[in-house]
Design a protein. Structure first.
Lengths: 501, 322
């Protein structure tokens, strides 16, 4: 079959000792970058791109190095989510919900290995999916117009209720706060700035990374200072790392389903890995129902988002390679790298530059196995970086946060805003309002609004346009079901006799 | 979620997140995130300047995204007004926003525009299976029923991509421009996706954004907004030869701070001219769908001032600004 011949071509490009070495270096660097709060995969790849020029790498080698860093960062993000309750990058946000409680319960080693395996499954399936389906899947993007995107984002919000807290009202307040923050900046549908106070720094809105680092990392520092360094939640001890076969086995369907959900979310331009892990988590949560214990540190709650976000990372490469439309922030940076190397991604790439595409796919497969080895038997090395005492670690986290955020825009304004978000995060934590919905509001709110505004422009304000395609209607039904079902389920489940049924 | 409002212009390039270090090395500010046209300008021009020996140290590239280039413009005017080692990437988007007062009161005469050395021709494209076979078909459809055609483009409402169809319709004698439907999406490729998917009927953008889709047969370019047909794309008619004399190109160039000496300004102009004349730049232009467009030195500022005045007048006329 063509695919096997192509794959052989890919491996012949990617399997030289030199490229293998690059893959290993890339995986290691990527994992470290992913694990450090504030340095997400996009920054990681962006910071390392000049190195590829300095080293004078050819197109394939540069791609191998960068995709290894990309996949590595996707793996690494979970480490700080689980051990510190601070997501190492945006997509690892959902992993904090169950990963950290599990680590607190003394099972940090199990959580790390399980999430490593889930990452592997997600990434492997996504790479295979990319290989088999990329040319045909590229057409999926043509099916998504403003109405479909709006319904998709709506689905994300409808399933949000009760996700991060047992108090629905507090989740809703947090989500509204996030949506409000998402309104800041220039409105694309009129070109006018909103809520910026005339400050140019706010014209592009609030950067997602600034908010996440402030709400999670900086607020943690404030809590630490308040407790005089005692009783800080940070500093989970890691026992002996062993492979939790039972957990891996019990989550096999979760991993498979989440990989599928994540892959599809990744393919949609703009949605990216964060939405992938989010949808994977909420899907699994609704399948498991109230009895699933999601949020308390269950294996499925770790396997779902990790399989989901790694699969989305692979899925995001589909539109990037076939349409030249980046599916996420990191693929936007990879796209830039490709174009610098005089490779123009687009519908013709697969036929014109097969050695690049298949070399990339082969290197993704290689990187994935290297990462599994690095992240399961050798996970302690990365953990060492994070399990230093809190009084050493937190100043380090603070420093990395400041450097990471400053490197985004080179502007001190973002640093002030980050500290502001830290204060907000501290207040929210004191009020027991979850911070995850705030982040999701900021992340998805702008996109959702733009989709709605575009839909209204195209339809002259006809609301029925939002229900005009089968895909959109499907999302609407899923959204309504996702919103209503938990209320009834809760009622049923609170009746003792119904539990067994 | 942040910077996508403003179009990351057409072609791509490389990345340096971080700040310049070595004091004596020249620095090029790309006023956008990695991957856009400004980043490409800094990266390519900087690299070629070093390769051909116009500068003796590699040019450091700094990304300073924000406010569609406004943040970088503001920083240059307020904080680095006499920095002789600083160049900043600019394009038609810079002049459009200056003309529409989108840089919070900053004006074009607060910096010195060095020159442009390449331009991305504006285009209007439709899906391959579209009923519109020429620009006239499209314009006629709008004249009959303005609501029947929606444009997608990579810039926000009021941005350069939005202005292109408005300029054409103005030529066609259509005055009620608020009736023209336009949606601003996240870049040219996304605009094509929406058009091929049938959600919008036409795409407005730059030549470089459509090259790969054109090769694949997904879309047809029905007009290019240049004086003459673009070499390599000789079968695409200009808008002018179809009866709508509209020229809209996205030039790529540089500006420097206002406070530098004339000698410094002239030295940058010479270096930019050297880049324009180099084989490397010609290669980079060809690979990225840029057409030759060289205006360097003293008279370029006049060209920029003219552009700003034109766009300002047009934006007012079109109702994009007050």
């Amino acid at each position: 079959m063509d695919i096997l011949a192509n794959l052989a071509l890919g491996f012949s490009v990617a399997l030289s000792p030199y490229t293998l070495m690059l893959a290993v270096c890339g995986c290691f660097l990527g994992t470290v970058i992913g694990a450090l709060p504030g340095l997400g995969p996009s920054n990681g790849v962006a910071i390392l791109i000049p190195i590829t020029f300095t080293l004078g790498l050819d197109a394939t080698s540069a791609l191998v190095l960068m995709t290894s860093v990309y996949y590595g960062a996707m793996y690494g993000g979970r480490i700080s989510s689980i051990l510190l309750n601070i997501p190492g990058d945006e997509p690892a946000l959902m992993t904090t919900l169950d990963g950290y409680p599990m680590a607190k319960a003394g099972r940090a080693g199990d959580a790390l290995v399980l999430s490593g395996v889930a990452s592997f499954v997600g990434a492997l399936l996504a790479t295979i999916g990319l290989m088999l389906l990329a040319p045909s899947l590229a057409r999926v993007a043509f099916l998504f117009g403003p109405a479909e995107y709006f319904a998709l984002y709506l689905l994300a919000f409808c399933t949000l209720g009760g996700m991060a807290s047992n108090n629905q009202a507090k989740s809703a307040i947090a989500a509204c706060l996030g949506l409000g923050i998402a309104m800041i900046g220039v409105d694309t549908s009129s070109g006018l700035p909103r809520l910026t106070g005339g400050n140019l720094h706010l014209y592009d809105g609030v950067d997602f990374l600034v908010a996440i680092v402030g709400l999670f990392a900086i607020s943690e520092v404030f809590l630490f200072i308040e407790s005089h360094g005692k009783g800080s939640s940070i500093g989970v001890t890691l026992n002996k790392v062993r492979i939790p076969w039972a957990d891996i086995f019990s989550t096999k369907w979760t991993m498979l389903r989440s990989s599928g959900v994540g892959f599809i979310a990744g393919i949609l331009p703009g949605a990216g890995a964060s939405l992938g892990s989010f949808l994977a988590y909420t899907t699994e949560k609704s399948i498991a129902g109230e009895k699933g214990g999601f949020g308390t540190g269950v294996p499925k709650g770790i396997a779902a988002p990790e399989a989901g976000n790694n699969a989305a990372a692979g899925g995001a490469l589909v539109p990037m390679l076939t349409l030249g439309v980046p599916g996420s922030g990191t693929t936007a940076v990879l796209l830039a790298l490709l174009m610098t190397l005089n490779i123009t991604p687009g519908p013709t790439l697969f036929t014109e530059r097969p050695e690049v595409v298949w070399g990339l796919i082969a290197s993704l497969l290689i990187a994935n196995f290297v990462l599994l080895l690095m992240n399961v038997p050798m996970v302690k090395i990365f953990v060492k970086i994070l399990t230093v005492p809190a009084w050493v670690l937190l100043p380090g986290v603070t420093m990395v946060s400041f450097v990471g955020i400053y490197s985004l825009s080179g502007s001190y304004f973002d640093l002030l805003m980050m500290v502001g978000f830290g204060v907000l995060g501290y207040i929210l934590r004191k009020l027991d309002i979850p911070t995850v919905p705030v982040i999701l509001g900021i992340l998805l709110g702008g996109n959702m609004e733009n989709a709605l505004r575009r839909a209204m422009t195209l339809s002259d304000g006809d609301v029925m346009y939002l229900f005009s395609s089968p895909i959109a209607i499907g999302f609407w039904i899923a959204a309504i079901a996702g919103f209503v079902a938990p209320m009834f389920l809760r009622k049923i489940l609170t009746k003792p006799q119904a539990i067994k049924g | 979620m942040t910077n996508r409002f403003f179009k990351a212009l057409a072609t791509g390039a490389a990345i340096t997140v971080g700040v310049a270090s070595a004091a004596s090395a020249a620095e090029c500010i790309a006023p956008a995130n990695p991957g856009g046209g400004w980043d490409f300008t800094c990266r390519q021009i900087g690299k070629i300047m070093y390769d051909i020996g116009a500068v003796d140290k590699p040019v450091q590239v700094t990304n300073m995204p924000g406010a569609g280039g406004g943040l970088a413009f503001n920083t240059v005017v307020n904080e680095r007004n006499d920095d002789a080692d600083l160049i900043i990437a600019a394009s038609s988007a810079t002049t459009t926003r200056l003309a529409q007062n989108a840089y919070a009161g900053r004006t074009a005469d607060e910096v010195r525009f060095v020159g442009a050395i390449g331009a991305d021709p504006g285009i209007i494209a439709v899906a391959a299976d579209s009923p519109f076979n020429s620009l006239k078909d499209l314009v006629d459809a709008i004249l009959t029923d303005p609501g029947s055609v929606a444009f997608a483009g990579g810039s926000a409402v009021g941005g350069f991509d939005h202005l292109k169809p408005l300029m054409i319709l103005k030529e066609a004698g259509f005055t009620d421009i608020t009736k023209i439907k336009y949606i601003g999406v996240d870049g040219g490729a996304d605009a094509i996706t929406q058009t091929v998917g049938g959600f919008t009927q036409a795409m407005t953008g730059d030549m470089s954004e459509v090259v790969s889709f054109l090769a694949n047969g997904d879309i047809r370019v029905i007009a290019v907004l240049t004086d003459e047909r673009v070499p390599g794309f000789d079968d695409i008619p200009t808008a002018t030869e179809q009866g709508y004399s509209v020229v809209a190109v996205n030039w790529r160039g540089l500006y420097v701070p206002k406070g530098v000496s004339d000698d410094t300004f002239n030295s940058w102009a010479d270096k930019l001219q050297m880049v324009a004349d180099s084989a490397e730049w010609k290669e980079a232009m060809a690979a990225n769908g840029l057409a030759p467009f060289t205006k360097v030195g003293g008279n370029f500022q006049g060209y920029v001032d003219g552009l700003v005045a034109d766009i300002n007048a047009m934006s007012k006329e079109l109702g994009v600004i007050q």
